[in-house]
Write a protein that binds this ligand. Structure first.
Ligand SMILES: [Zn+2]
Length: 262
């Protein structure tokens, strides 16, 4: 499944999936229209010639403006950037367009190493995320890893629903297992948004646990105080909230002795 199918394809199948996610999320149609409205540049001639793709062309013209302004303010920036990267934080977040990590953290290019997927699911058999972690921790030697979920997450909404979503059902399985495991406490929450946020938090905690069982992470935690954090981004306020991920020393030792591989 391509990103285009998820977001922009007009094929009936993709449309059905998108509708299902939107319905599961129970969005206000006005809010959705506002969120989807492209930031077009009325002076951009290619946009006016390529009807329906104004947002894309606006992105390209904005890039030129951004690069020019950034160079003016930081003449050496791109020269240094091209020489290499030394980010100190690995960010693992949701693909949701409303949670762009560098923007919400006020960070410049080069500050964050990033992996994003639908609903920030961290699966121990996902070679994509394992490769990112291996490189970020083993080679770049980041000092902190952040797993960040967010409120009103479409993937969480889908997990709390029972619609068939095809390959997404496979992807969301770890979170559906969390739903099953925490069924009683989730069912006690009458407010749907509270329930969604609760599952988002459980998903972040589970992601942090999975990361702490990866050998390269265990080694870096022991040898150079690598820390793994959990956060939730609140779409209503733009603020990050901490997710409890502390563990006592005995659990830390048991985990390390079980998952340290030599
Ligand atoms: Zn999400």
């Amino acid at each position: 499944m391509s990103a285009a199918e998820l977001d922009t394809s007009s094929s009936p199948r993709a449309h059905k999936k998108r509708k299902t996610l939107e319905m599961a999320e129970n969005k206000d149609p006005k809010e959705m229209a506002g969120a989807a409205a492209p930031q077009t540049n009325p002076t951009s001639s290619p946009a006016t010639l390529d009807k329906g793709h104004e947002a894309y062309h606006s992105c390209l013209s904005s890039n030129k403006e951004w690069a020019a302004e950034y160079t003016k303010a930081n003449p050496d920036f791109f020269g240094k950037s091209a020489q290499g990267q030394t980010p100190q934080v690995l960010w693992i977040g949701c693909s949701d367009s409303r949670v762009p990590e560098s923007t919400i953290l006020g960070q410049a290019p080069g500050a964050l190493f990033v992996h994003r997927n639908i609903a920030n699911v961290i699966s121990p058999t996902d070679t994509s995320i394992l490769s990112v972690v291996e490189f970020a921790v083993g080679a770049i030697k980041v000092k902190d890893i952040v797993v960040c979920g967010h409120t009103k997450c479409g993937g969480v909404n889908a997990t709390l629903g029972n619609s068939k979503l095809g390959i997404l059902d496979v992807w969301l399985q770890p979170m559906r297992i969390l739903r099953e495991k925490h069924h009683e406490e989730l069912e006690k929450l009458e407010d749907p948004e509270e329930k969604r946020t609760a599952l988002s938090r459980l998903n972040v905690q589970a992601g942090v646990d999975t990361l702490r069982r990866i050998p390269v992470v265990i080694e870096a935690m022991k040898e150079r105080d690598l820390q793994v954090h959990g956060l939730i981004y609140n779409l209503h306020t733009g603020l990050l909230d901490d997710v409890e991920t502390k563990e006592d020393e005995s659990r830390k030792e048991t985990r390390a002795s079980t998952f340290t591989l030599q």
